[in-house]
Ligand binder design. Sequence first.
Ligand code: NDP
Length: 449
Amino acid sequence: MTDIPQLTLARDPHENEFIQAVSDVMTSVRPVLEKTPEYRHHSIVERIVEPERVITFRVPWIDDMGQVRVNRGFRVEMNSAIGPYKGGLRFHPSVNQSILKFLAFEHVFKNALTTLPLGGGAGGTDFDPKGKSDGEVMRFCQSFMAELFRHIGANTDVPEGDIGVGSREIGYLFGMYRKLKNKFTGVLTGKGLGWGGSLIRPEAAGFGCVYFAAQMLATRNDALSGKTCLVSGSGNVAQATTRKLIEMGAKVVTLSDSSGHIYDEAGIDAEKLAFVSRLKNIRRGRLSEYADQYPHAVYAPAAPGQASNPLWRHRAQCVFPCATQNEIRKADAYHLINNNVKLVCEGASMPCTADARYIFIDKGILYAPSKAANAGGVAVSGLELTQNSIRLTWLGEEVDNRLKIIMKGLHDTCLAAADAYGSPGNYLVGANIAGFIKVADSMLDQGII
Ligand code: NDP
């Protein structure tokens, strides 16, 4: 905490997730600040933690019963020093300004690490798409875009999906933007393949996460093949992570949703994963149905309020949290270590608490922070924008090859930065330092704005 400018804490004492994300970066970059007086002289830290703009708006919509409902919409435009704001839209009842500021802040450094010219932002709403009809989701998305369209644009701010926002929501949002602006531009990424989307975009965060994990294991002459893996979540990132792990010869034994998790000792193979994809993406059902379909699998309901999550008590060498923030806590970290975990690679945004991540690092576990490990999603979003502006669609193989190159570069950048600042092998420090320096130097070049 001592490294967070007092101003931030005093201004936003209740924004726990944002303070956690700021604290994480500021702790890592302390040696950089000590070596670079210009950053202090130009108040880079004080400026970097303050969003350039926060937009809050009312989203009225009509449900299937004819009742008018009202939700709250947000867009946090955090930093555009290296490119247009870029980051997800989250539709989830837990959404508030703190969560979106943390996501936007993470995106600033994550996007910088990809080497693409993208700034950082995030947005969303407390609307819950779960249990809503397609018509309700469409009317909500149209109302949300009726305000958001004023603030975004292909060269200004380019949203993409996050929790609760998949291809259906991006479609409705894009349709409304196009109607209001009378323009067909790459203003959102994650678009459908027939109307400007990129091959591999839906899979990119998960695939990239597995490529990053493979690079980490290679530094210890090890590989994913034959490893037992725990994956949490069952949405976009979890499905793609599982698919790539299966392709690379690993065995995935868990998946989860907010109601509970399944444990399948035999491993989730391609056929079982296809069942999960249909269940979650089309029927929008609950994961408990997996155990009805495959009775040898065990379903355990979630146990909110407990200090640890039973999912992380299973034995595995590699762990991929792909659901939400702070899902691996201190007690979970100790369970995983007692079960000889070798690698923790974050597919979700900030899924480990600060306690948990320092436990992994102290014990010498290979630990990849989300701003590096899941950067494949935003990287391929950047490639989607490039394809939109040159009006071409690259083959899936070409996009996947570029993704592999970006993830390898990102991995090596993290290691080099960690080495240069006296923390060899520490991916957390390396990612924070490399991302911070790129953004801070750009801010210095552009004056006090
Ligand atoms: P989805 O909405 O597709 O899936 C989210 C999954 O996590 C669902 O299984 C959901 O369960 C579960 N989940 C959500 N909230 C909670 C909660 N509070 N407790 C337990 N489980 C929960 O989202 P994505 O897969 O797109 O995103 C997952 C994570 O990955 C997020 O942290 C996001 O920021 C990050 N990410 C996403 C990228 C993308 O391109 N989509 C890119 C980079 C990072 P249920 O169905 O019950 O809600």
